[in-house]
Ligand binder design. Structure first.
Ligand code: PGA
Length: 255
């Protein structure tokens, strides 16, 4: 019932020139994607227009890495949901741990941004995940439950079907260390249970839960084979056309 979503989070990499090169490589390898797999790239804001133009004749979609929860006005440096939608995006990453850690993002602002995204028909990819200390002190299940619950506050059952959750253990992001397939599966199952409690079993079964944290061609198959892992939010490996395409191929083979 669920389709894989393979999403590239470029973070603060690739202005328009580098983006063009990366997209050119990606297009050569993966302009056509199996119908059971959704593919997405999330460049920095300045490269979104370029990505939308480059990819318009492919199966690859474009998303943003953040949005502001106000509609418009005196918010220097911010970009609104309507602007992102107007630029041709249909997804937006929200509450990445780097935003929580460096830019004061909280569960409350994650919730406000998610509402705004949905209002503009942008599917929010809401990031949750624990630090190594939180895992070591056995707080991870509780923490992730709270993050998911807060992020989805006041989102209707209809709207939540457009939400994507990305489980990204902070200790696995950009470190080369990956959650084991078992660790990923048990957390994804937990998240689905939390959603079932908030909404219903049926809704929980329909929501995509991605894994993020050093996913690469060498570990993608094991991770994507887990029953509750519905795709990946991929940082480092999405900056290399060959690696990202390989992960897409793995998802195609598993779907
Ligand atoms: P990584 O990043 O794949 O480089 O670990 C994932 C993410 O932060 O979304």
């Amino acid at each position: 019932m669920r389709r894989f979503l393979i999403a590239g989070n470029w973070k603060m990499n690739c202005g328009p020139y580098d983006a063009a090169e990366l997209l050119e490589g990606l297009k050569e390898k993966k302009a056509d994607v199996d119908e059971n797999v959704d593919v997405l790239v999330c460049p920095p804001f300045v490269s979104i227009g370029m990505a939308v133009n480059y990819l318009h004749d492919t199966d690859i979609q474009v998303g943003a890495q953040n949005l502001h929860f106000e509609e418009n006005g005196a918010y220097t440096g911010e970009v609104s949901g309507s602007m992102i939608a107007e630029s041709g995006c249909n997804y937006v990453i929200i509450g990445h741990s780097e935003r929580r850690q460096y830019f004061g993002e909280t569960d409350t602002t994650v919730n406000k941004r998610s509402h705004k995204a949905l209002e503009h028909k942008l599917a929010p990819i809401i990031c949750v995940g624990e630090s190594l200390d939180q895992r070591k002190s056995d707080e991870h299940f509780h923490l992730v439950k709270n993050q998911v619950t807060a992020a989805l506050f006041d989102i209707s059952e209809d709207d939540v079907l457009d939400v994507v959750i990305a489980y990204e253990p902070i200790w696995a992001i950009g470190t080369g260390e990956t959650a084991s397939p078992e660790q990923a599966q048990e957390m994804h199952e937990h998240i689905r249970k939390v959603i079932a409690e908030l909404y219903s079993e049926d809704t929980a079964e329909r929501i995509n839960i991605l894994y993020g944290g050093s996913m690469k061609p060498a570990n993608a198959k094991e991770l994507l084979s887990q029953p509750d892992v519905d795709g990946g939010l991929i940082g480092g490996a999405s900056l290399d056309a060959a690696s990202f395409s390989e992960i897409i191929t793995i998802a195609e083979e598993l779907s």
